[in-house]
Design a protein around this ligand. Structure first.
Ligand code: FES
Ligand code: FES
Length: 164
């Protein structure tokens, strides 16, 4: 397919890219912008490893064309926080050591941020529903759930400290 000029807003920066018009978002993020937070798992929209935030909602970047998210605000794992200053959800996952291989964690963290964006105090069933279609082949589900519960606390604390 013919190349087309894309304009993407990723992690607060504007990018102009010349890529084939049907390129999926994950390839633009990983190959053109060198953002390797989103992981390539199934490539079919089923595992959640490739999730990113689009206007604050979790979207599977392997399953959508980059063209369709022009004029939307895209945030990847890298855009949430840094090693020195992690996002509260990232902090919670580190504190709870919620990883074995870590391959699923991008999606778990992005799904948790999206959940807390829409529902700051989710109950257990809302947490489980939000993570239901994110696969972890290592079986760290219990630690991941504990990390989400910790993220709720850390996010609430941060909001209480932030002057309105
Ligand atoms: S790699 Fe996108 S959902 Fe599995
Ligand atoms: S920690 Fe390995 S896939 Fe989840």
């Amino acid at each position: 397919m013919k190349d087309s000029l894309l304009s993407l807003d990723v992690n607060g920066q504007s990018h102009r890219l010349d890529v084939p018009a049907d390129t999926r978002l994950i390839y633009v993020l990983r190959n053109d912008l060198c953002l390797n937070g989103p992981k390539y798992g199934c490539g079919l929209g089923e595992c959640g490893a490739c999730a990113v935030l689009v206007d604050g909602r979790a979207v599977r970047s392997c399953a959508i064309g980059a063209k369709t998210v022009q004029r939307h605000r895209i945030v990847t794992l890298e855009g949430l926080g840094s090693a020195e200053n992690p996002h509260p959800v990232q902090r919670a996952f580190i504190e709870m050591q919620a990883a074995q291989c870590g391959y699923c964690l991008n999606g778990m963290i992005i799904a948790t941020v999206a959940l807390l964006n829409s529902t700051p105090q989710p109950d257990e069933s809302q947490i489980r529903q939000a993570l239901k279609y994110h696969l972890c082949r290592c079986g760290t589900h219990m630690e991941i759930l504990a990390a989400v519960r910790r993220a709720i606390v850390l996010t609430a604390e941060l909001q209480a400290e932030t002057p309105s």
